[in-house]
Design a protein around this ligand. Structure first.
Ligand code: NAD
Length: 252
């Protein structure tokens, strides 16, 4: 079950956190993994980890918010079966204290970055007879986390983008879904705590963990397992759907 033998998979932001866990798991399942990263050292480290374990992986330095870089990078990758739009950045602020620069920065990476990858990947997937697209959204899109105005908006756009793409390419054998994690323990969360709560890291980590109904943060590997299922042939009947993976955050 859930084998990805010889599938070519692009994972944006695959050098850290959730994307890295996806890269490692997908390679274990037989995929050829292409990590597209702003942080080329993180990509190289993940590639080394995967290849040392006998998997196939390549890293590419690329800023997904820059369309020409995305075009050039996808040309180097060649054949694609699966695209995972996972690269994302956070921002703290409300509507009345988010600067235009910060608003645009979040949208350039989280929304335009995903669009840039779709723009290049979809023709390639069509030529290839179909494929799978998975987008990483967030529960912020459904519940609007306090002080995350631009971030929540950007993830709402990912929900709408998922529906639009799923509908438009239904008959091209392209499935498109998104996943919406609540807090997952990654460098994204550690960096947020260190930057905003220096000296209170343990206390805030505990507080954020307890704020989730299940009493802890998610693990990147748990999110990767859901991604694997949604990208596998076993999920062939699933498209146009958002999957919360949230320890009960939305429902309990
Ligand atoms: P992370 O910071 O650990 O990893 C994100 C990776 O994306 C980094 O390696 C970074 O270099 C890369 N990246 C950032 N900007 C990029 C760009 N312009 N081009 C290419 N790569 C870029 O973060 P994570 O926690 O693993 O988050 C992954 C995704 O999951 C993000 O979209 C995030 O919004 C989403 N998410 C995370 C959480 C959480 O609690 N960790 C919760 C909900 C959603």
């Amino acid at each position: 079950m859930f084998k990805l033998t010889n599938k070519s998979v692009i994972i944006t932001g695959g050098g850290s956190g959730i994307g890295k866990a996806m890269a490692v798991l997908f390679a274990q399942q037989g995929a050829e993994v292409h990590i597209i990263e702003l942080n080329d050292q993180a990509a190289a480290d993940t590639v080394s980890e995967i290849t040392a374990a006998g998997g196939k992986a390549t890293g590419y330095a690329c800023d997904v918010s820059k369309q020409q870089q995305v075009i050039d990078t996808f040309a180097k990758v060649g054949k694609i079966d699966i695209l995972i739009n996972n690269a994302g950045i956070a921002h703290i602020g409300r509507a009345d204290n988010t600067s235009t620069e910060d608003f645009e920065r979040v949208f350039n990476v989280n929304v335009k970055g995903a669009y840039n990858c779709l723009y290049v990947a979809i023709p390639a997937l069509k030529t290839n007879g179909g494929g799978v697209i998975l987008n990483t959204a967030s529960i912020a899109a459904s519940v609007g986390i306090t002080d995350r105005f631009a971030y929540s908006m950007s993830k709402g756009a990912i929900h709408a983008m998922t529906l639009s793409v799923a509908r438009d390419y239904l008959h091209d054998n392209i499935r498109c879904n998104c996943i919406s994690p609540a807090r997952v323990h990654t460098p994204f969360v550690d960096g947020f705590i260190a930057k905003n709560y220096a000296g209170r890291e343990d206390e805030i980590f505990e507080k954020l963990s307890k704020s989730q109904p299940i009493g802890r943060m998610g693990k990147p590997e748990e999110v990767a397992a859901l991604a694997l299922y949604l990208c596998s042939d076993e999920a062939g009947f699933i498209t146009g759907t958002d999957y919360p993976i949230d320890g009960g955050f939305i429902t309990l």
